[in-house]
Design a protein around this ligand. Structure first.
Ligand SMILES: Cc1cc2nc3c(=O)[nH]c(=O)nc-3n(C[C@H](O)[C@H](O)[C@H](O)COP(=O)(O)O)c2cc1C
Length: 219
């Protein structure tokens, strides 16, 4: 089958679109408002863009009242945010932090997670999360959309400091992803976690290409 996303003539009981690009990592984004209120919210339209220097991005639709989400407002005003990795163990806290609440609500308290001070930026890190990036705001790309929530603010940030918990690193010196169990979105109300991994190397022996894939370009 195929369908036109402007008509959504797929004939299915639920829109399949968000299940067609999966699994999506969840950027659990913490910010501080201009008034000093701590904000925390999950964004599954999240990715790293490159690694040297590292940039990340996420896209925030408008809220149910057609306004910029608090995360976006805070980042554009203060120029800073933190990415916290969402994990299976933290799933309920991630979910609680997605509630649409007024900007004066401390969403670390709402989620029931602990604030860890950052080193270079003012927004706090989620202490329970195994990986956090301190980020400086680079740019917003605002894409027009339909309906109250359709317009989207794509936020790009430069990663200026990377935190990794010691127990998230295995004896081989690599992130132990199977122990961390990162949480990911599958569309609908469905989620998944990383339960298995396998290795593949691009054939042909192009060392620069392999270094790029491994993330060591520029060294
Ligand atoms: C797992 C998960 C992923 C989400 N991903 C997005 C997303 O990519 N973009 C978005 O606009 N909202 C997303 N949401 C909804 C926001 O988290 C929600 O609107 C939240 O209230 C925004 O908070 P803020 O106004 O404090 O930024 C997601 C919610 C959940 C539970």
């Amino acid at each position: 089958m195929y369908y036109d996303p402007t008509l959504n003539n797929h004939g299915l009981p639920y829109n399949p679109f968000k299940s067609c690009v999966v699994p999506r990592p969840i950027g659990w984004i913490s910010t501080l408002s201009a008034d000093g209120v701590h904000n925390l919210a999950p964004y599954s339209q999240f990715q790293n863009l490159t690694f040297d220097p590292p940039y990340v991005m996420f896209s925030a639709n408008q809220n149910t009242r057609g306004q910029r989400k608090d995360t976006v407002v805070n980042i554009e005003r203060t120029g800073e945010f933190v990415y916290n990795m969402a994990t299976f163990d933290l799933r309920d806290a991630v979910n609680r932090s997605a509630a649409e609440v007024p900007p004066e609500v401390d969403e670390f308290d709402l989620a029931g997670v602990t604030k860890a001070p950052s080193v270079l930026v003012k927004p706090c890190r989620v202490a329970e999360s195994p990986v956090q990036f301190e980020c400086r705001y680079h740019q917003t790309l605002r894409l027009p959309g339909n309906g109250i929530m359709g317009t989207v603010d794509v936020i790009i940030g430069l990663v200026v400091l990377v935190h990794i918990k010691d127990d998230a690193i295995g004896s081989d010196g690599r992130l132990n992803v199977l122990r961390i169990r990162p949480l990911a979105r599958l569309g609908y109300f469905d989620y998944t976690t990383v339960e298995s991994s396998f290795e593949m190397v691009i054939p042909g022996g192009n060392k620069d290409l392999l270094r790029g894939l491994e993330g060591v370009a520029g060294s």
